[in-house]
Design a protein around this ligand. Structure first.
Ligand SMILES: Cc1ncc(COP(=O)(O)O)c(C=O)c1O
Length: 368
């Protein structure tokens, strides 16, 4: 047996740890922003039918261009945002992480840089590193909103090839204004020009309209989405983007041939037939998210405004000790390393009650 350190791995990977939230077996798991509702039985049956059909031709490679799926995704985006999207503007991959990886392989890479406004989704930086793209940490205000002027200045100074804007932002839940995205896009075009990637993984949970219509007339703007959250299908691994068709053509240069299995395509198509029911769960979760915000504030926590299916709360002298104490009460939340703060995913009403009881107990045991 040899250790990783004895292997000739790339220098920038040495001493690094892989991404991953603890997968612990506890009664209440609210740490990975999953949807707590299992897929409805009717949809489970439809998936079985569609997958059975796909299984009959598994001797063949799948549709490399995922045409039927892209058409269904374009229809979903058009219906839910009111902005008309064509299949040629949509691309899908195994989770939005893979979409982001393909974007960085296409527009980043050695000698190039990407910027995000942190704290934000740590995979933007990690996938940058994995693709040899330099990572730049841009600023955020104390209240976790993006300071348009400071962010535009950082873009002008560093001239990154890729700019990430996460809205709603993980782990803070903060949405980004349309005007801010427009200003950052303009700053990014003036600097080089570069690609602006708006990560809307939590878009369906927002109080605000999608930023998707901003792709109109902005050929270097990409919006990424996922079926992992609103669709309650994290296990499916299906993410997608919408952008100018030229962006879709460009990512063809790096995608692996037949990257999206026939089983994945069939399952995603089945889920897209049930968007009405699935978006009903989203409405319930938005209500629970708002309740978490209210009740955490009533307990005396400082809570960041949230447009996502999770809530950032604090402030704790030692956030990790509070994380541990909540775990001892059977509740797993996430410590994203934001000083004094933790993040909780909105679960079922019962899970949220258990979480709130645990917070009450822990704050009573250790008054802040
Ligand atoms: C902001 C953001 N983007 C992208 C993803 C990746 O989602 P997936 O690869 O499951 O589509 C996540 C997952 O937590 C996320 O929080």
């Amino acid at each position: 047996m040899t250790g990783i350190e004895s292997l000739p791995v790339r220098d920038e990977l040495r001493g690094k740890t892989p991404y991953g939230a603890p997968q612990l077996d506890v009664p209440v798991r609210l740490n990975t922003n999953e949807n707590p509702y299992p897929l409805p039985e009717e949809l489970v049956r439809r998936i079985a039918e569609r997958v059975t059909e796909a299984a009959r031709t598994l001797n063949r490679y799948p549709d490399r261009d995922a045409l039927a799926l892209r058409e269904a995704l374009a229809g979903y985006l058009t219906r839910t945002t009111g902005f008309s999207v064509s299949p040629a503007q949509v691309w899908a991959a195994n989770g939005s992480n893979e979409v982001i990886q393909q974007l960085l392989q296409t527009f980043g890479g050695p000698g190039r840089t990407a910027i995000g406004f942190e704290p934000s989704y740590s995979m933007h930086g990690l996938i940058s590193r994995g693709t040899g793209t330099g990572w730049l940490s841009g600023p955020r205000r104390e209240d976790f909103t993006v300071d348009t002027r400071a962010a535009a200045e950082a873009i002008a100074e560093h001239r990154p090839e890729v700019v990430f804007v996460c809205s709603p932002n993980n782990p803070t839940g903060t949405a980004v204004d349309r005007e801010t995205v427009v200003a950052l896009y303009e700053a990014a075009q003036a600097a080089r020009p570069s690609m602006v990637v708006v990560d809307e993984a939590y878009g369906e949970f927002s109080h605000r309209p999608s930023l998707l219509p901003l792709i109109e007339g902005r050929p270097n703007l990409v919006v990424t989405r996922t079926m992992s959250k609103a669709f309650g299908a994290a296990g499916l691994r299906l993410g997608y983007l919408a952008a100018d068709p030229a962006v879709v053509d460009a990512v063809q240069l790096v995608r692996l041939p037949y990257h999206l299995s026939a089983v994945t395509q069939a399952t995603a198509l089945a889920a897209l037939e049930h968007t009405g029911t699935l978006l009903g769960y989203v409405e319930r979760l938005k209500g629970e998210r708002d309740r978490l915000v209210r009740e955490l504030r009533a307990i005396g926590c400082e809570v960041t405004e949230s447009d996502a299916n999770f809530v950032q709360f604090g402030r704790f002298e030692d956030a990790h000790a509070t994380w541990q104490a909540l775990l001892e009460h059977g509740v797993l939340v996430r410590d994203n390393g934001v000083p004094g703060r933790l993040r909780v995913t909105a679960g079922t009403p019962e899970e949220n009650d258990a979480f709130l009881d645990a917070v009450r107990a822990v704050t009573k045991e250790n008054p802040r």
